[in-house]
Design a protein around this ligand. Sequence first.
Ligand code: FAD
Length: 410
Amino acid sequence: MSRPTSPTSPTALDVLVIGAGMGGLSAALAFQRQGHRVTVIERVEAIRPVGAAISLWPNGVKVMHRLGLGETIEHLSGNMTRMRYLTHTGEPLTDFSLAPLFDEVGQRACPIARAALQQTLFDAVGAEHIQLGRRCLDYAQDDEGVTAHFEDGGRQRADLLVIADGTHSRLRSKLVGHPVERQYVGYVNWNVRVSADEALAPAASWDQYVGDAKRVSLMPMGTGGNAAGTQEYYCFFDVPLPVGTPNDASRYRAELREHFAGWAAPVHALIERFDPDRMARVEIHDIPPLDSLTAPRVALLGDAAHGMAPDLGQGGCQAMEDAWVLARAVQDALEDGAAPAAAIATALDHYDAARVDRVGDIVSRARKRAAMIHGRDPVQTHAWYDELAHEDGDEILAGLRKTIVGGPLG
Ligand code: FAD
């Protein structure tokens, strides 16, 4: 067995990761866990995640468990046991337990503060392996490896380069061989954390109010390790709007009052309660599915590879799957006795074969779901509202299950 056991092992590789988001850090950790020498390059000086929280579905949490972070993440996250849809005026459409899904797939979902997830991953990788305030501009491959070039004039050699520089990736176009334009999905999302309160939503329920192609969501997200130890909800508002509408934090509350005039009392209580300074406002974009995510010494990973609409809650989960599949493929090839260069070639082929269709399908499904929720075709959106009124949970759970069990850890 040529499995690397320490960074000094003859088969330990030098892995360079560009981007210290949840994708890059998951990849770094996955390679470290196999004993490779990993360096992460991050352009910002201090990492402050944009956005309140995310829902890690069981496929993402399973990867975190394999990387040794599952217990921490379960501890920091919210305990979401039910899902409800309500009309905009608050009449329940459907209300069901998520337990059958979590029992079947062997893992619950973990809605978690972005800051807590980011810090957990950062600490696990280790600050000494992460170079902040360094921007990668370019890379060059040769038979022996790959060289990354930085804005500060520096360069670094590696056996394998992992590009995880996010949805705005500059390096993606070079790998793909043509410019990849982000596409506006058609709606704006405002998201924020608020203290949990049963006047807003039941403590363990993911509540979604839908109507007029808009959506308001409240999800239990645990404490996220906040100093006071208070439970919080991850809340968001979706409104279909033209691209480029003004983004002015001092207007958030007034805008949302207007967009949601006449909606249910908890929606209004939420609008009066959130702190606009803690709110993120995002125009939702995705990128078209790519045909390949690799070059001879390079893998594209996370949003750089498959920026998607958040309507399936899968972008971060897919980045984690990417990380697991890529590192595992390298390990398998090394264990089969391949020399490092051959192992990388085999692993990158496997990564492409395992990931291109999987993530392409999810990008496409997320776009379709975004269109349905946000009224691209109003007839379809109204048909969905009608379906929800007759839904006992089975259809929704089947859709979630399909996405989860299609992942590398089942
Ligand atoms: P990023 O987090 O964008 O990280 C990229 C990093 O690369 C950044 O730190 C950046 O500074 C750095 N960087 C960029 N360029 C360079 C460079 N040239 N050199 C060095 N560093 C560079 N996903 C879920 O799984 N569940 C959810 O519930 C969910 N909800 C979402 C809700 C919203 C509103 C949105 C917008 C997204 C949501 N997502 C969700 C998706 C999820 O946030 C992303 O998929 C995830 O953050 C992608 O991580 P990443 O590491 O690939 O990219």
